[in-house]
Design a protein around this ligand. Structure first.
Ligand code: SAM
Length: 226
């Protein structure tokens, strides 16, 4: 759960950095069925849900842990206030689960992935967009965290404070993204079908392979997911 200051920064920052056109292009590339039941997990204020809606998707749902954010989601999209690690949603409910810039808020990704897996239909898709460690992002961090940032407009200083707050999980994510991909495929039997690593992000679409997963031994804690 994030602080009020972090949430205030997100709400101001998202207006600047949210790029609906870019997200719409990613959606086109993913070629999701327009009738698919789609869950935006950790949906925030719903800026991603708006892109789905404007692209003609009508079976879209949001889930987030912040009541403050969920209040801002468009009214025709049903939302759930919950922790992504324990979603009050029936198994096999969705054709697509998307996480947009939220995996880096978790130290341990296994509980979130287990929930994604459980909520997806067999052969459903898990799509995510997450920060990627590149020279460009590193440069951005160096500038943002330097004393020079004091000279920046207030929004940049708010972003600096937010980065410090989310830093422990965020930088752990950046340094361990490879391990996440291994876990995704080996422990949870997702098959990556499309992956773009651009100058700032990983953009990934992967398919749920439930039978392989069910066959994997030694995951008693995820019993009943199949
Ligand atoms: C960087 S924001 C991204 C929000 C949105 N996906 C977007 O692209 O604008 C991270 C989001 O993760 C949510 N979040 C963090 N921890 C969570 C948890 N345990 N369960 C559900 N949502 C969580 C936050 O409330 C926030 O909305």
């Amino acid at each position: 759960m994030c602080s009020d200051e972090w949430e205030a920064t997100y709400l101001r920052f998202i207006r600047v950095v949210a790029n609906p056109k870019k997200f719409a292009r990613v959606l086109q590339k993913w070629q999701l069925n327009p009738n698919a039941r789609i869950l935006d997990l950790c949906c925030g204020n719903g800026s991603g849900l708006d892109v789905f809606w404007n692209a003609g998707f009508r079976n879209v749902y949001g889930l987030d842990i912040s009541r403050n954010f969920l209040r801002r989601v468009r009214k025709d999209v049903p939302v759930v206030l919950a922790d992504a690690q324990a979603c009050p949603i029936r198994s096999g409910s969705f054709d697509v689960v998307i996480i947009h810039k939220a995996l880096h808020h978790f130290f341990d990704h296994a509980p979130v992935l287990a929930e994604v897996k459980r909520m997806l239909k067999p052969d459903g898709f898990f799509c995510f967009i997450e920060p990627r460690k590149t020279w460009f992002r590193t440069l951005y961090h160096i500038v943002l965290m330097s004393p020079v940032a004091e000279l920046f407009p207030p929004l940049a200083r708010m972003r600096q404070a937010a980065l410090i707050e989310e830093g422990p999980t965020y930088f752990t994510w950046l340094d361990n993204a490879d391990a996440f991909f291994t876990m995704l495929e080996q422990q949870f039997s997702f098959v990556v079908e499309s992956r773009t690593d651009d100058i700032m992000h990983h953009i990934v679409k992967c398919r749920n392979l439930p039978h392989q997963y069910a066959a994997a031994a030694g995951h008693d804690e995820y019993e009943g997911l199949q």
